[in-house]
Design a protein around this ligand. Structure first.
Ligand code: NDP
Length: 308
């Protein structure tokens, strides 16, 4: 029996080495150098190739090394194969820090001041304070809820939107499609930390932006396909969105001629908001492999039906 690592746009060396140390009795191979695909019951993957499931006739578990599983779903996964993902305190904390950095940069106009600096323009702007600022978080899951709670602790007014209602002190909870309008229409910041599913794809569109108050700031750390890019450009032109901090894009890396590169109200980061830590994630991966061998429940299994 062996474990196969299938990575694209990511180096597998560290993962193979550390997983081999954690599972000394198990062969850990890296695709496409797989000695016998019939031996592979467990794959560890990030953005695998189309059709990857059928390459391994005895596959039992697909382990995503990210929090999301959308990158796996271009290929149909039969119901008998289990899919798991990473839930990691470090991933949540890193996301909180990234979101907080974007919010504070915007509240204190740091991006504008850098532009003014290059123009040698000494131009004071009014700034925001935490106790007068509302943040709405879309997606109160493992990551979103931690971000929400930490922002509450800092003194922000926080609203959150998810499928089911949440009961977390200081977080005003809204649930389901019918309750989306309220938290997005009266807030200073909207932070998208939703998973990408059939229901959430293109959710950040003109209809959504039209419901926002003028000058709302958007932070998108969910997935690029949540955002209709042209609709954001229009929302910025119309003053609905004041600034957008974007970490994820429909096409990554962002294509050379993309309009976002030169829009002064858009701040681009290269999908680095929160990066899976191989050391902590691999402990979960190894545990999951052992759980599979022992017919024990897997850690962080996702529902393929729900899509997250
Ligand atoms: P979870 O699965 O734990 O949480 C998802 C949340 O979204 C839940 O609160 C869920 O509601 C809510 N949700 C899902 N579908 C809907 C819907 N249709 N309407 C309303 N709410 C919905 O995910 P994580 O918190 O672990 O991760 C979220 C996403 O963050 C990942 O899928 C990934 O795309 C992104 N991410 C980005 C990173 C980056 O570096 N940019 C790094 C890590 C993650 P409910 O609680 O009711 O089920």
């Amino acid at each position: 029996m062996s474990v196969a690592i299938l990575f694209s746009q990511k180096s597998s060396e560290e993962w193979q080495q550390k997983l081999s140390e954690l599972l000394p009795e198990t062969k850990v191979e890296v695709y496409p150098e797989i000695e016998n695909p019939n031996d592979v019951e467990f794959i560890v993957t990030w953005k695998p190739h189309i059709g990857y499931v059928t390459d391994f006739p005895n596959l039992k578990v697909v382990q995503s090394i990210g929090a999301g599983i959308d990158h796996l779903l271009h290929t149909e996964i039969p119901e008998n194969i289990k899919v798991t993902r990473i839930v990691d305190p470090a991933l949540k904390q890193d996301m909180y820090e990234h979101v907080l950095a974007c919010i504070m940069a915007s509240m204190k106009n740091l991006m504008q001041y850098q532009q003014f600096q290059f123009e040698q323009d000494w131009k004071p702007l009014t700034y925001r304070s935490i106790n007068e600022t509302t943040v709405t978080i879309l997606g109160l899951g493992e990551i979103g809820l931690l971000v929400a709670e930490k922002l509450v602790a800092l003194g922000f007014k926080v609203k959150g939107w998810s499928n089911s209602e949440k009961n977390s002190k200081g977080v005003e909870s809204f649930a389901g499609e019918n309750e989306l309008g309220s938290p997005i229409s009266n807030t200073d910041f909207i932070v998208n930390i939703l998973p990408l599913t059939n229901e959430t794809e293109s959710i950040l569109n003109t209809n959504f932006f039209n419901q926002c108050a003028d000058n709302t700031v958007l932070i998108n750390v969910g997935r690029g396909a949540h955002l209709v890019e042209n609709d954001l450009e229009k929302a910025i032109e119309h003053g609905k969105i004041k600034e957008a901090y974007l970490d994820v894009f429909r096409e990554e890396p962002l294509p050379e001629n993309h309009l976002f590169w030169t829009n002064r109200q858009i701040f681009v980061t290269p999908h680095i908001a929160s990066v899976t830590n191989a050391t902590t994630a691999l402990v979960q991966v190894a545990d999951n492999y052992k759980n599979m061998l022992n017919n024990q429940p897997l850690l962080n299994e996702v529902s393929l039906k729900r899509g997250y």
